[in-house]
Design a protein around this ligand. Structure first.
Ligand SMILES: NC(=O)C1=CN([C@@H]2O[C@H](COP(=O)(O)OP(=O)(O)OC[C@H]3O[C@@H](n4cnc5c(N)ncnc54)[C@H](OP(=O)(O)O)[C@@H]3O)[C@@H](O)[C@H]2O)C=CC1
Ligand SMILES: O=C(CO)COP(=O)(O)O
Length: 311
């Protein structure tokens, strides 16, 4: 741990791959870090007590229940909530930051998202990320706590866009994995990822995010990282589907959380309700459901009606 003249108290909720990596980053910067896991011996109350930052790296399925547990406890008025989860709540379609903000309407909430494969960060490889909040000073506070020569943290004024980028790219990462599993080549992958970004922008802007955010670290940046790395669980799910495995077989051996599976379901519902065209997401959904094979999904995408690239 380095010496820090102004150490902060950082409470991390979730001792999974990402929570642990983020805890290490803060600790290396000389901050005091406490990590809570539902399986650990420390109580949630003792971990969050007096925290400057309460950072959630809980997978989406646990966010609402953990937020409710925190709500039942005394929370320091100085605490800033940070969410690093990349998913959508299946019941409400809320983003993780919305769950935290609804639960703590008077507290600042900051989204942290970017191309951040945790295994690389744990190996001390350099990376960059974005922090975004409706309260800029809260994002700046989090920027200072996590920034280092190995982790470059940018502030961003569009929390919705930053969070949606990290969430939506997981669906495209599954598709990119399928593409590689089918050995369709570099041209196909480039086309898929580019059109995937178009889909992310289309639904994201309709959702209220700024278009330019999707071309930054939390959008294109994270898309490039996860669509091109076997370290991505979402990519792995797609790759194995493309190689002929069933989702059940894949999930039986998958290390950690692949949020894109649940996100795809929520997104397909939302896109249908709002008449938004999301052809790649729809095909990913059908493959995940076992309705069609990856090869059938490919031909569905290639044989769609002809259209201009932009409209
Ligand atoms: N790994 C990565 O590279 C990155 C991950 N993310 C995002 O961070 C989130 C977490 O990912 P990751 O750490 O990899 O996933 P893991 O599966 O490694 O960890 C998930 C964590 O969430 C906890 N959790 C799940 N449900 C509950 C619940 N109901 N109550 C309490 N705790 C719960 C798990 O606890 P338990 O162990 O007890 O099950 C575990 O600590 C995901 O949304 C992911 O998209 C974002 C950037 C990078
Ligand atoms: O979001 C991530 C990297 O930025 C991690 O991706 P996976 O959840 O697919 O492993």
């Amino acid at each position: 741990m380095g010496t820090n003249p102004n150490p902060k108290l950082v409470a991390i909720l979730g001792a999974g791959a990402w929570g642990t990596a983020l805890g290490n980053l803060a600790q290396t910067n000389g901050h005091q870090v406490r990590i809570w896991s539902r399986q650990g011996s420390q109580t949630l109350a003792s971990v969050i007590e007096g925290a400057d930052i309460i950072l959630s790296a809980i997978s989406m399925k646990g966010v609402s229940s953990v937020a409710e547990q925190v709500k039942s406890l005394p929370v320091s008025p100085k605490s800033i909530f940070v969410t690093a989860t990349k998913g959508l709540d299946p019941q409400t379609t809320c983003l993780p930051s919305q769950v935290w903000q609804i639960t703590f309407p008077d507290s600042p909430v900051v989204v942290l998202s970017g191309p951040n494969l945790s295994k690389e960060i744990q190996k001390s490889l350099p990376a960059a990320t974005a922090v975004a909040s409706s309260i800029p000073s809260a994002a700046e506070f989090v920027q200072v706590v996590f920034s280092s020569h190995l982790f470059r943290v940018y502030t961003n004024p569009d929390p919705l866009g930053v969070e949606l980028g990290g969430t939506l790219k997981n669906v495209i990462a599954i598709a990119a994995g399928v593409c590689d599993g089918l050995q369709l080549g570099t041209n196909a992958k480039a086309a898929l990822v580019t059109r995937g970004l178009t889909e992310m922008v289309r639904i994201g802007v309709q959702w209220g995010a700024k278009m330019e955010t999707f071309y930054g670290l939390s959008g294109l940046g994270d898309l490039l990282a996860t669509c091109n790395s076997a370290l991505s669980r979402n990519y792995q799910v797609g790759y194995q589907l493309g190689s002929g495995k069933t989702l059940t077989e894949i999930l039986a051996n998958l290390e950690g959380t692949a949020e894109g599976i649940n996100t795809t379901q929520v997104l397909v519902q939302r896109a249908k309700q709002q008449y938004i065209s999301m052809p790649i997401t729809e095909q990913v959904y059908r493959v995940l459901q076992g309705e069609i094979t990856p090869e059938q999904a490919l031909s569905e995408l290639m044989l769609r009606d002809m259209k201009p690239e932009y409209h």
